[in-house]
Write a protein that binds this ligand. Structure first.
Ligand code: SF4
Length: 335
């Protein structure tokens, strides 16, 4: 069995507000094994990006890890000081973001930005870092890498900028790469190229990856395992084939039904009705119940337990409880 690289347990991340702490992540637990790609999916505001920022120690100043642990290679990142986290970040764990233009510094050349982590973390000389930078640009498929080192981010296309971000993220051979919607700002052809590139590099470098996305098409392309988040909670988890072939949670089914199927002209696209609750919204019982077509009385009163469908697939939904009709869609009388 492959070793566990990351183990997140009962993670609670909150934001300060005048009304008290608002939980954005509510007790998330999951792990990532060496060489594995875990996709975290859900709509905007479900807590997936906040989970990633909690791991990276990059929460905004009003955010904090209120509870839980984040063990990465046997050290608890949740207890590290900002200084200790600086050594881990960009070195052992790296992250790429949705919009490379905001992550890259517009006033410095590509060369400056790629040399920096190599000189800080790996203690390479400027010359060594420059040569390694050229190699890294080559590795991520950037043509004319020697010339690119002297260019500024605005002189590159969106796809090239994302490749530069990937090169910087991989510069210190991290064992875990977190990619937060890395293709959302790119056009479709470039999206596919970046996904292929990430897949190839992950294999080549034998690293683990967490891909954060709302796009089930990306999940199908890249995931080994999938976590579905809703309103700060993990509501389903399983191997990618389990999630696509046998989804159990009504929200997961809704996500899959809202993806266009280009191969099937008859496919009936069904968006999920309603919207994600605000952080300060008090919802009793299952947090999905106001949007769930299957909700029944218990859903409004008690938060669902985790039920295991297989040894790898789990779901938080009362429909899994013995004796509850699974397919009938019993609407609660009060809905
Ligand atoms: Fe729907 Fe109830 Fe399951 Fe929540 S617990 S997803 S409301 S059926």
């Amino acid at each position: 069995m492959k070793e566990t690289v990351l183990e997140v347990k009962d993670l609670v991340t909150t934001f300060k507000s005048a009304d008290g702490p608002l939980p954005a992540v509510r007790g998330a637990s999951f792990s990532v094994k060496k060489g594995e790609t875990l996709c975290i999916v859900g709509e905007s505001g479900c807590g997936k990006s906040i989970t990633a920022l909690s791991i990276m120690g990059l929460l905004p100043s009003n955010g904090m890890i209120a509870d839980g642990s984040i063990f990465f290679n046997q050290r608890n990142l949740a207890e590290m000081s900002p200084k200790q986290m600086q050594k881990v970040r960009g070195n052992e764990v790296s992250m790429i973001f949705q919009e490379p233009m905001t992550a890259l510094n517009p006033v410095f050349t590509v060369g400056f930005q790629i040399r920096e982590p190599l000189m800080i973390h790996l203690k390479l000389s400027k010359k060594q870092a420059h040569m390694r930078g050229i190699e890294l640009l080559k590795m991520v498929g950037i043509p004319s890498p020697v010339e690119r080192m002297n260019q500024f981010p605005h002189e590159l296309s969106g796809g090239m900028r994302q490749r530069v971000m990937i090169a910087i993220a991989l510069s210190c051979n991290p064992s875990l790469l977190i990619a937060d919607e890395p293709t959302t700002a790119l056009d479709v052809t470039i999206q596919a190229q970046i996904i292929d590139l990430l897949n190839d590099l992950k294999e080549q470098l034998d690293m683990s990856m967490i891909m954060i996305t709302h796009d089930m098409g990306v999940v199908a392309e890249i995931a080994d395992r999938v976590i579905v988040m809703y309103a700060g909670e993990i509501i389903e988890e399983g191997r990618v084939e389990e999630i696509f072939e046998n989804p159990q949670h009504p929200y997961t089914k809704g996500l899959l039904a809202s993806v266009p199927n280009v191969d099937d002209p008859e496919f009936d696209l069904k968006p999920i009705a309603g919207s994600m609750p605000m952080l300060n919204e008090q919802i009793s019982g299952c947090r999905f119940h106001p949007r769930c077509p299957y909700a029944f009385d218990k859903c409004m009163e008690q938060s669902p337990k985790t039920f295991y469908v297989t040894d790898k697939q789990s779901v938080r939904c009362w429909l899994q409880e013995e004796g509850v009709e699974q397919n009938g869609g019993r609407r609660a009388s009060s809905l």
